[in-house]
Design a protein around this ligand. Sequence first.
Ligand SMILES: Nc1nc2c(c(=O)[nH]1)N[C@H]1C(S)=C(S)[C@@H](COP(=O)(O)O)O[C@H]1N2
Ligand SMILES: [Mo]
Length: 239
Amino acid sequence: MSIIRKPLQLKRRQFLQISGLSGINLLLTGCGTPIFEDVVGKLSEPVNQKVESLILQPQKLIPEFSATEIEPQALIVNTFRDTPIIDIEKYRLIVDGEVNNPLSLKMSEIQALPFTSMIIRHVCVEGWAAIVQWGGIRLREIVALAQPKDSVKYAYFVSGDNYYSSWDIASALHPQTLLAYQKNGEPLPVDNGAPLRLASPIKLGYKQSKWVIRITLVSNLSMYKGYWEDQGYEWFAGL
Ligand SMILES: Nc1nc2c(c(=O)[nH]1)N[C@H]1C(S)=C(S)[C@@H](COP(=O)(O)O)O[C@H]1N2
Ligand SMILES: [Mo]
């Protein structure tokens, strides 16, 4: 990925404008470049110190695998409710909660954001694992666009099959936590969570929600923490 480092001075108001829905095309004109890293560091008045520092802070990267190590047959479809039927034209990813700039994004808008691909091991708590290539958008880019308030500590993910989970914000903002729309170089199959699913090498499989339709950023967890978490599975579920 090419990273341009143009000197860029933005006032808070301008940043809020361009970081909104209408700003996505503007920001991406001519280059697929990380929006947030390039822009927010230059703000004269940081919008959110805490989230900003989490995003800019070097987080430990998990070593990735090579393309020859992908195990295309090993990823077992693991769905506990009915697979939802999602109309891609009507689909919107909602990002809300304690944010200054709630989002409602079409897939075409999400796919216009910088593409990231990674080859990682998916680990299911039921005792199987698979090396998979996932392609999509870093979740941190979406979170940054929503302008989270300082209070945000957790992210809730609601899925089209009513599955749900919650993550600590640091894990959600990890550079290898993606909202994936590709698997092994192909468009993400519906059974694996199309149009959009979480993929990350730092969490167990049940944290990696498929068919994500809503992300809510909050300062407190409710008594409901996740489909499996509420049945006694560990909440953090780190790898
Ligand atoms: N919405 C939703 N997401 C989900 C699940 C599910 O049933 N519904 N299963 C989880 C579990 S336990 C695993 S291991 C992975 C499996 O992903 P896969 O079906 O693409 O292999 O999805 C996770 N995400
Ligand atoms: Mo799983």
